[in-house]
Ligand binder design. Sequence first.
Ligand SMILES: *Cc1c(COP(=O)(O)O)cnc(C)c1O
Length: 435
Amino acid sequence: MPDLPSHDPELYAAIQQEVERQNDGLELIASENFVSKAVLEAMGTALTNKYAEGLPGKRYYGGCQFVDVAENIARDRAKKLFDADWVNVQPHSGASANAAIYLTLMNPGDTFLGLDLAHGGHLTHGSPVNFSGLLYNATYYGVEREGPMAGRIDMDRVRDKAREVNPKMISIGASAYPRDFDYAAFRDIADEVGAFLWMDMAHPAGLIAADVLNDPLPHAHVVTTTTHKTLRGPRGGMILVGNDFENTLGKVAPKSGRVKMMSELFDSAVFPGTQGGPLMHVIAAKAVAFGEALKPEFTTYAQQIVKNAKAMAAAFVERGFDLVSGGTDNHLMLIDLRNKGVTGKDAEALLQAAEITVNKNMVPFDDQSPFVTSGIRVGTPAMTTRGFDEDAFRQVVDLMDRVLSKPGDETVLQQVRGEVHALCERFPLYDFVIA
Ligand SMILES: *Cc1c(COP(=O)(O)O)cnc(C)c1O
């Protein structure tokens, strides 16, 4: 980036400081990752200049012959990666992809059943402050409070709830659920009550691509994802259909006289339904990331994410931390800090002072407000990208424990900060410094 420093020093300084922040600290936010230099490069290209409303070969603008190539590469690689019949790579974000699902499958006022936000669900699955909760009748299933299934979804309860509310759609997907899902059981319930089944794999997509977790594609009618979490691509979204079929359950009314494939309806819901022109530079970067995810190294990476999370979880439990559901199957864990006498908000701030970045998070059956919370969410994808192994993550737990055991102790903070820097220096983020 030769021109930016002299062209706009003020803005450039902020970018440089952010890159340094990412390089020097421990990034444990479960939804974040570090993209490759190739992904960064694709995003910083002149493809951002191009309007390309429509789909490859069917655009509303001229001059799309080369961006068509880029989008087709992205689509073909995504289909291969997830063994999907159909994909739309245009959603600007996970929330945009989800908006297209509601627009296709639901009418305003229709009932759907999703995972409670307070139990790990996402805003776009029926929060009262999100369009999904404002326009549709959101009902929820949650995790168990106690017993052998504590912190986990009990499928018998989901079935009871589905029978009770008779939803038009059932959604799966979470931002803070440390366990895997039983997609076949969800589909069985959806079929029983005549509902569509939608899986939002925004968080675990990379682990699913690498076959480290159960695969929702054969079971869900439609799947959405982000591309920037465990999938390690640019910030963006995507919609996939495992088995494309016509006019599912007779519920998707054809808008013209011709019976349409499900996929055609989702395409229209993205554009013109909810978006304007696609971000072609981001789609090109998605293509690069999908290409990376198709390589055997990505499978090794995804396996390491889970190994690291399990090592971290065991180390937390050893130190008396209370993990929701007792551990993890995936890339994240949710820590209930009530037995440690510190709130999520305070823990987040204390750790930040040591340059360890986590986010405060509600735990199931929390008695604190969403601004305070009783827990933190911790994830391994970003630091695994930097090469951290189980030993490094055990050291991270030790550092976190020291900070949280002596809240506000300046000597401890200073020592930990020094060790954080030393650890980060061993695993450099990018071997270039924007200067
Ligand atoms: C992150 C996330 C989203 C939203 O993704 P954005 O790109 O931030 O809009 C949607 N659903 C789930 C389950 C998520 O975790």
